[in-house]
Design a protein around this ligand. Sequence first.
Ligand code: CTP
Ligand code: CA
Length: 233
Amino acid sequence: DEPRALPRDLEGLRVVVSAGGTREPLDPVRYLGNRSSGKQGFALARVAAQRGADVTLIAAHTVDLPSPAGAKVERVSSAEELRKAVQAAAVDADVVVMAAAVADFRPASRATSKIKKSDDQPDPVITLDRNADILAELVQDRRAGQVIVGFAAETGDEHGSVLDHARAKLRRKGADLLVVNAVGDGKAFGTEDNSGWLLAADGTEQAIPLGAKARLAATLWDAVTGLRQRRLQ
Ligand code: CTP
Ligand code: CA
């Protein structure tokens, strides 16, 4: 069906969205990566641009997706490249949304030539170093009034439910909003639909019913404008 005309309620808002999965090189031909499709981040950028925002999309690796109309797209690969691009774009942004799946670790060393197998050498062991937490750094260097949004894909475990983990993550990260997707059993990764919760730093929690990623994007932009309006009052 025909999409309805969207309100131009984000006119003048400068937003940065990161999307997709980073790749951490092992050697010239191999990398450690993840299953992020980038679809949710691209939907966020597309909907924001449709609503009039000035959008910069920092895109790591994604499935084949059309560039969101009206957004400025910058391509990156590793977590460190994503970090530099997001930091540079965040300097004059009103809103930063970290929808990218950023590798927590990278191989401690990157071989300059292809790693070979050998019958007289032991098999290699990959040592990992921790990557910087881009979201936590954004919160630390936050410019006045900037809204910072994180995403979390969680599973429940013996330490708590999806929501328990998400509430703790929101507190730990210090973001204003956290979108939580329950993952596992084929949920979220690469699919067209998403569901979850939207948690705000003020303690409000909103369930996001299963729906198109553009629908979740609209819900998030509504929450961001609501937050900004409350701050102005
Ligand atoms: N994130 C980031 N930099 C990293 C890792 C994550 O900016 N090095 C951001 C993600 O883009 C996301 C949020 O932090 O918006 C939460 O990511 P997640 O992987 O769920 O959180 P972690 O703190 O890495 O915790 P976990 O150990 O559960 O992976
Ligand atoms: Ca992580």
